[in-house]
Design a protein around this ligand. Structure first.
Ligand SMILES: Nc1ncnc2c1ncn2[C@@H]1O[C@H](COP(=O)(O)OP(=O)(O)OP(=O)(O)O)[C@@H](O)[C@H]1O
Ligand SMILES: [Mg+2]
Length: 247
């Protein structure tokens, strides 16, 4: 499923986003990067239909997001939230069921999704008392269980230790190979470099750059997006970026 943003703007009194113009091909990973408050989550919420653009249009496979019902949207898109709400007395199973309701209950698929994040044994635990990282992994498993074509993830490796960050990167690659379209916000530029096919760089709601990672994640663009000056260093896997601590 293709996602197209055409002249999209959105504003609240203290913040203006856009205009955003870009088109996301299916089966790709797109990363949105930028400083805190640059508009990453707002862009993801617009694509997911949680916010309506002031002007312009967002289309999923040709259909305007604003014309789709929440039920139709749930079939097409899943969302892993940056902030994780922990409804009282919800078990892990309940959280999974809420995400998976459109596809119908399937215990085997539910267990497979939890197993992929290493938490199959957590199924009957109280979601609200899990650690931040465990809750993050359960919400990722819930998105896998929902099994929509477009998977939107807002800082999916938040709260995760290095082992689980790598696990999540592997899962993202697996989902991409399965044909899913992933749209993420991320702060780890090395991970963006290795994972993302396309990058959108935002600063103060403005599109600094959009395009293939190889040609977009450049020192010049990063210097425009952040207040630190970037340089490259070589690793065995190729060059990496580092921000200068001189500012
Ligand atoms: N409903 C709202 N009312 C007022 N301001 C808002 C609202 N929603 C977002 N903003 C402001 O818009 C700006 C962009 O917010 P957004 O959450 O998109 O940033 P972000 O790039 O995701 O940042 P972070 O990296 O901290 O998650 C922020 O300054 C935020 O305070
Ligand atoms: Mg955010």
């Amino acid at each position: 499923m293709k996602v197209e943003l055409d002249s999209v703007t959105f504003s609240v009194p203290s913040f203006e986003l856009g205009p955003l113009n870009f088109s996301i091909e299916e089966g790709t990973i797109t990363a949105i990067i930028g400083k805190n408050g640059s508009g990453k989550s707002t862009t993801l919420k617009l694509i997911h239909g949680d916010l309506r653009p002031d002007t312009g249009s967002i289309r999923i496979d040709g259909s305007k997001v604003s014309s789709l019902s929440s039920s139709q949207l749930a079939e097409k898109t899943s969302f892993v939230w940056q902030e994780i709400y922990s409804p009282m007395s919800f078990s892990v199973r309940d959280v999974m069921n809420v995400s998976g309701y459109k596809r119908g209950f399937d215990e085997d698929r539910m267990m497979m999704a939890l197993d992929e994040v290493g938490l199959a044994s957590f199924i009957d635990r109280d979601f609200s008392v899990l650690s931040g990282g465990e809750r993050r992994l359960v919400t990722l498993a819930a998105a896998i269980y929902q099994d929509s074509e477009i998977m939107i993830m807002d800082e999916p490796t938040n709260f995760l230790d290095i082992d689980n960050q790598i696990l999540v990167y592997k899962i993202m690659k697996r989902l991409k190979m399965a044909g899913k379209t992933l749209i993420l916000s991320m702060h780890d530029l090395d991970a963006v470099h290795h994972l993302a096919d396309f990058v959108l760089i935002l600063r103060n709601g403005n599109n600094i750059a959009w395009g293939r990672t190889i040609s977009t994640l450049t020192i010049e663009n990063l210097n425009k997006a952040f207040n630190v000056s970037f340089q490259t260093y070589d690793t065995v896997n190729g060059s990496s970026f580092v921000g200068s601590y001189k500012g």
